[in-house]
Design a binder for this molecule. Structure first.
Ligand code: CP
Ligand code: NVA
Length: 304
């Protein structure tokens, strides 16, 4: 069976744990190496990864490109607007064609359904590189970062503060799979999708009070208030104003609590300079870990 990586809730907990363990091991094994050198086992040797972007990206684009090279493979990158996809060629036809030309496809798409449609037809692994609905690769990097600094994620409390968006959804999917608790604080009008909330089950608590969510938490996470594709900028800024992660909010968390943000950040909106540039912030490790976590995802896909 072709192994797709579309959403965390679709994978077995044991597979997810193995992917995260592999991410830790791969990072440790190449400490101090130049970025372009391949890992000793090179599980992507002779493999080509295609990347399709319908939206902007810095981290996802560079980390996947670095990742496939470090696995011993190569990449082909295109924006959807450069492809016939951008002129209306069906997603399914694109999937059929690329399946004959590459060994895996990563897609960053406007509509989650398009990634699912692609995967239904693709005979090579398809990886979700962010959609309007979820961002599973980001959460693996986040969990790797948490474990590096705080020990095993199981049993920890993570507080999500802000928009109930794609990144929040993937955190909710991950909570029951990795055995942590997630407190989500969102304004009522920007709560997560209830279908995704359901996937989190008893591992997720929803509130509109950021202070309640953060109290005693081991990790505090936020993201932009205005995601790519969101149109209601002014309404969002007004609704999210009480949700800025500042030092006063961080004080309510566990004394050893760390701060995460998938980036890009909007200093002065969802997070203050003092927090994101302060001693509890792990955002640069988090960004780097996109490479290591995605290498583990690619290796898992290739092993299928
Ligand atoms: N965090 C993240 O996915 O960043 P990019 O949008 O730069 O890829
Ligand atoms: N929620 C953000 C994440 C960017 C990495 C967005 O979708 O724009």
């Amino acid at each position: 069976m072709t192994r797709h990586f579309l959403d965390i809730h679709q994978l077995d907990a044991a597979d997810l744990r193995a992917i995260l363990d592999d991410a830790h091991a791969r990072k440790a094994a190449r400490k101090g190496w130049p970025q372009g050198r391949a890992d000793a086992d090179a599980p992507g040797k002779d493999r080509v990864l295609a990347m399709i972007f319908e939206k902007n990206s810095t981290r996802t684009r560079f980390s996947f490109d670095a990742a496939i090279r470090q696995l011993g493979g190569a990449s082909i990158i295109a924006t959807a607007s450069d492809m016939q996809l951008g002129r209306g060629e069906p997603v399914e036809d694109t999937a059929r064609v690329l399946s004959r030309m590459v060994d895996a496809v990563m897609i960053r798409a406007n509509r989650h359904e398009d990634v699912e449609r692609f995967a239904r037809v693709s005979t090579v692994p398809v990886i979700n590189g962010l959609t309007d609905r979820s961002h599973p690769c980001q959460i693996l990097a986040d969990l790797q970062t948490i474990e590096e600094h705080c020990g095993p994620i199981a049993g920890k409390t993570v507080a999500w503060v802000g928009d109930g968006n794609n990144v929040c959804h993937s955190f909710m999917h991950a909570a029951p799979k990795f055995g942590f608790h997630l407190n989500v604080a969102c304004p009522a009008e920007y709560h997560p999708d209830l279908r995704d909330l359901e996937k989190g089950g008893a591992a997720v608590t929803l509130t509109s009070d950021p202070r309640e969510a953060v109290k005693g938490a081991d990790v505090v996470v936020t993201d932009t208030w205005v995601s790519m594709g969101d149109q209601d900028y002014e309404a969002r800024l007004a609704a999210f104003e009480p949700y800025t992660v500042d030092e006063a909010l961080m004080e309510l968390a566990d004394p050893n609590a760390v701060f995460l943000h998938c980036l890009p950040a909007h200093r002065g909106e969802e997070v203050t300079d003092a927090v994101i540039d302060g001693p509890r912030s792990l955002v640069w490790d988090e960004a780097e870990n996109r490479i290591h976590a995605q290498k583990a995802v690619l290796a898992w896909c290739f092993a299928g």
